[in-house]
Design a protein around this ligand. Structure first.
Ligand code: ADP
Ligand code: MG
Ligand code: MG
Length: 878
């Protein structure tokens, strides 16, 4: 019989796959003797089983849960549902990878009218009665919300009404009688919403709660989070059931959240927040503004001293910054959670460097600690220093997630999405955020909240997403209903411009322009380590000299893809290019191409210069020609005049370029087959540029790489290659120089992968164009997939967008096949990838395993790819 339930005393940190992160760490803390309320974990396998059984907990699992309850009762000397000494528990989700706020937790489970009455009868202290009703109303609210999916808002409304009636501002001022009334009202609301009584049987409550946590694995926000964070659906969540400890017992109690180092900057100093007489989510929910952790020392000196010891112990144990949740009940400290803390990218780098310097980690381990996706934020813009200096903040909140953002104010998550879809940059301004806001937070450049501290939902989620966030700006007078707020006397409405600084917490009216970041300090140091360990080279996709320069600064070791067509869109060039397209004869076309040649040549020269002798791979013209023809009447007229043709003639040519399925039409090397003169012109430009730059810089070895796109048959490659080589050799001979060059191909049509042994006889290199390869392997286009992918996610057919994350099973098999077929035929063959996937960490790892020579990605993803490549190499060697 499978073991579905583990006591905390039966597990340890290495069992995170089975027990989830929270469960494994509760077990580990138990093992090292920390004060953890003793409960049990229901495994992630039970979650999988729950889904296999049609979303039901089967009898065998439930029986083991009840055994767990019996043991927990014995250990704690309290009984579930008992009237003398009742045990109350929390039921907590906990997946393998931490997904903060994405799934659900229920506190104070086990209460009902009888238990409440018995508890009060057993303790005459008047504050105790208040505590019991406080716990009861919290439980009814959480259970209704999480388990029965009755919206929180109904209960919050009742609380607000009660506060108003009593003329108080915070929950804490409500009396025992008020809370008792609230509990009654909550139960009535429950019945009103669901038509049945609130379940009184603790075992039934428990079963429903466990099911709800399992179910929450599949809630929409968890699905979005998993997709963004590469967490497979198949993992499932564990459930932790543990005795409650009560931070809301009295004024000698409280609850807190802390980090052993600053999660925003990485500074080695305890950072956290604490609330007296409060429970669980109060700290993160922003209901009351918590006090800084240091103040806890004054209020609870003993618990604080113990907590400091625990922090040290945990850091030395895990060798990493810890994020901890704890509660003080009657001055005694209890640990409720620890994990390696989420952190901003600057903090991740600072901590990695410090841990190496402190002897906690080797350089390899430090490299493995950093989530490459996280680096993205460092490569995001910062405020232009000059403009910033001249600007005066109109307000200040907490710098909760660094970076800079400017844009138009929106007040709801939906508006953020809607405005962003229109191409507007927006800043989402809210009283506080909740997990339902996640898509809106993603769509926004930055997030500004009125309430909440450094550990509020907005702050945690924003840091995770690398989105700039300023939280807890209490000076804002918010009117969410009318989409309006006032700060420093200025009124902001939807669409008003604002800038926020997630590092300092400063808020500015208007737009402060942003500038690019660069690699230095800790970032440079960590990148240096990464470069020592990685095997894959990292190139960039760059079409302009400016992009190429930026990519070099970020560590690119070559250009893996230069899309030449992007060079044609400038005013003068597009005219010549259109003349070329609308030419009737080869001579006319060549005349037009002669005008383009010098532009191309000078662009290529600049690329070679920017790359300082590193390889530059230039792809020949790829897109269908109709993408370049004019659509405006005036432009058509201009073209007709330039060509000495009538408008009708030009229109006829344009019409003739129409294709039913342009992505699979007259493009790629097919253009070179029909119009060899285009490829010849491009060859001349490449070779002449290389010769010129070689002359100017004899210290560089310039070896042009010419890449023929969209090959599916070796004969078409051979056909094009023949005149490319002929043209190139003639240029080299005429210049009287020695110049080596390569001609290779993209592998982006499945047939090319399938016949790679033939193609490799003619190709010096392969470069996987995984955008097209994915498109053609799946048979749907990147531009249209958005219409149905949502339904595919819902139906669990796909977990990810295959255009963002390489489909290793299918597309990956084509890549593997192409390499295995190609290399034996041509041992000198070098192989890279230049699709969008080249900068996706999990895809980079896959490319490492396939044995590619390099990945090529957009300039800003180069550091991400360098780090991911290093991690792949280090992990493989372990
Ligand atoms: P999340 O994963 O969203 O952080 P948790 O399961 O950690 O959810 O629960 C949220 C909070 O509830 C905890 O930080 C803690 O303050 C409180 N909590 C959970 N279990 C207990 C417990 N047994 N006793 C007291 N408080 C608890
Ligand atoms: Mg929570
Ligand atoms: Mg937690």
């Amino acid at each position: 019989m499978a073991k579905w339930v583990y006591l905390f005393s039966e597990g340890n940190a290495s069992m995170r796959e089975l027990l989830g992160g929270k469960g494994a760490n509760l077990a580990e803390m138990t093992k090292i003797g920390l004060p953890v309320p003793q409960g049990f974990t229901i495994t992630t396998e039970a979650c999988t089983q729950y889904y296999e059984d049609g979303r039901k907990i089967n009898d065998e699992i439930m029986a083991q849960v009840m055994e767990g309850v019996a043991k927990m009762e014995e250990i704690n000397g309290k009984k579930f549902g008992d009237h003398k000494n009742p045990l109350l528990v929390s039921v907590r989700s906990g997946a393998r990878a931490s997904m903060p706020g994405m799934m659900d937790t229920i506190l104070n489970l086990g209460l009902n009218d009888d238990v409440v009455a018995a508890m009060i009868a057993g303790n005459p202290d008047p504050t105790f009665e208040r505590f019991v009703y406080d716990s009861y109303r919290r439980f009814i609210q959480m259970f209704s919300d999480v388990v029965m999916e009755v919206g929180k808002k109904y209960f919050e409304k009742l609380i607000d009404e009660m506060k108003e009636a009593k003329g108080v501002k915070t929950d804490i001022e409500l009396t025992a009688a008020d809370l008792k009334t609230l509990a009654e009202q909550f139960k009535a609301e429950y019945k009103n919403q669901l038509g049945s009584d609130f379940p009184a049987d603790p075992v039934e409550q428990l079963k429903l709660a466990i099911e709800a946590v399992f179910r929450s694995w599949d809630n929409p926000r968890a699905n979005v989070y998993r997709r963004d964070n590469d967490i497979p659906y198949s993992w499932g969540t564990a459930v932790n059931v543990m005795p409650m400890v009560f931070g809301n017992l009295n004024d000698q109690s409280g609850t807190g959240v802390a980090f052993t180092r600053d999660p925003a900057t990485g500074e080695n100093k305890l950072m956290g927040e604490f609330l007296i007489n409060a429970q669980g989510e109060d700290v993160v929910a922003g209901v009351r503004t918590p006090m800084p952790i240091a103040q806890m020392e004054e209020e609870f000196p003993e618990a604080y001293a113990e907590f400091i010891k625990v922090c040290e112990l945990l850091e030395n144990h895990y060798h990493d910054m810890q994020d901890m949740e704890f509660t003080v009940e009657n001055k005694k400290l209890y640990m409720l959670q620890c994990r390696n803390g989420k952190r901003t990218a600057p903090a991740a780098l600072q901590i990695a460097c410090d841990l190496v310097d402190e002897g906690h980690k080797t350089e390899e381990e430090a490299v493995l600690m950093i989530d490459p996706r996280n680096l993205d934020t460092l490569l995001h813009p910062q405020f232009d220093a000059k403009t910033l200096k001249a600007a005066t903040p109109i307000g200040k909140g907490l710098g909760a997630s660094p970076g800079a953002a400017c844009g138009k104010v929106v007040f709801t998550a939906d508006d953020a999405v809607a405005w962003a879809e229109k191409g507007e940059k927006v800043v989402l301004v809210r009283l506080e955020t909740s997990p339902e806001d996640i898509t809106g937070m993603k769509a926004a450049q930055g997030i500004l909240t009125v309430r909440g501290g450094m550990t509020s939902h907005a702050a945690v989620v924003a840091r995770g997403m690398g989105t700039c966030c300023v939280s807890g700006c209490g000076d804002i007078l918010m009117d969410e209903e009318n989409k309006k707020f006032t700060l420093a006397g200025q009124v902001f409405t939807e669409g008003s411009e604002i800038s926020i600084d997630g590092t300092t917490g400063n808020i500015y009216a208007g737009i402060i322009p942003t500038v690019d970041a660069s690699i230095d300090g800790n970032f440079g140091r960590v990148m240096g380590w990464a470069d020592k360990f990685r095997k894959l080279k990292v190139r960039t996709n760059a079409d302009t000299p400016a992009d190429a320069k930026k990519a070099r600064e970020l560590g690119a070791e070559g250009i893996g893809l230069c899309r030449t067509e992007h060079m044609f869109f400038e005013e003068e060039r597009i005219a010549a290019f259109r003349e070329m397209i609308c030419a009737d004869t080869v001579e006319e076309r060549e005349t037009a191409l002669d005008k383009i040649l010098p532009y191309q040549q000078s662009d290529f020269e600049k690329l070679y210069e920017a790359l300082e002798g590193n390889p530059v791979c230039i792809r020949f013209l790829d897109p269908p020609l109709h993408e370049f023809v004019p659509t405006e009447d005036a432009d058509i007229q201009k073209l007709a005049d330039a060509q000495g043709k009538t408008v009708e003639q030009i229109r006829a040519i344009i019409d003739s370029l129409h294709e039913f399925n342009p992505m699979m039409g007259h493009r790629g090397c097919r253009l070179a087959v029909t119009y060899p003169e285009i490829a010849k012109m491009q060859t001349k430009a490449v070779i002449r540029a290389a010769i010129n730059v070689s002359k100017a810089h004899p210290e560089w070895t310039i070896k042009p790489e010419i890449m023929i796109p969209l090959v599916g048959e070796v004969k078409e490659l051979k056909y094009v290659k023949n005149f490319v080589v002929e043209t190139a050799d003639a240029e080299i001979a005429a210049a009287g120089v020695n110049l080596e060059y390569e001609v290779g191909t993209m592998i982006e049509i499945p047939r090319a992968a399938l016949t790679a042994d033939e193609i490799a006889t003619e190709a010096d290199f392969f470069c996987f164009g995984t955008n097209d390869l994915t498109q053609m392997a799946f048979g749907f286009s990147r531009d249209d997939a958005g219409k149905f992918l949502g339904a595919y996610y819902d139906a669990k057919i796909y977990e990810n967008d295959p255009f963002a994350k390489l489909d290793q099973t299918g597309v990956g098999k084509l890549m593997d096949m192409a390499i295995k077929l190609g290399r034996p035929v041509n041992p000198a063959l070098h192989v890279g990838i230049c699709g969008e996937h080249g900068g996706d960490p999990s895809s980079v790892e896959f490319c490492h395993k396939l044995g590619l020579d390099y990945v090529s990605c957009s300039p800003y993803r180069v550091p991400i790819a360098r780090l991911a490549a290093a991690q792949a190499a280090i992990s493989e060697a372990r």
